[in-house]
Write a protein that binds this ligand. Structure first.
Ligand code: SF4
Length: 66
């Protein structure tokens, strides 16, 4: 699974980091969401909340590629 965040769309609302802190964080540079660096095992465990983040994002900036 590969997760992409469209930084052009992201408004830095922080919702994805709230529902899925294992996977998302806000960048200190531009205050927009970014995917945390993870090992493969950890990423697998986060699959469920990744989908929640996609659903909660108000601007559809998060995309999951299988
Ligand atoms: Fe950006 Fe969407 Fe995450 Fe909000 S929920 S910080 S708009 S990616």
């Amino acid at each position: 699974m590969n997760i992409k965040i469209d930084k052009e769309k992201c408004i830095g609302c922080g919702s994805c980091t709230a529902v899925c802190p294992e996977l998302f964080e806000l960048s200190g540079e531009d205050n927009k969401a970014q995917v945390k660096e993870k090992t493969e095992g950890e990423a697998e465990m986060s699959d469920k909340c990744a989908q929640e983040a996609v659903d909660i994002c108000p601007v559809q900036a998060i995309e999951i590629e299988e």
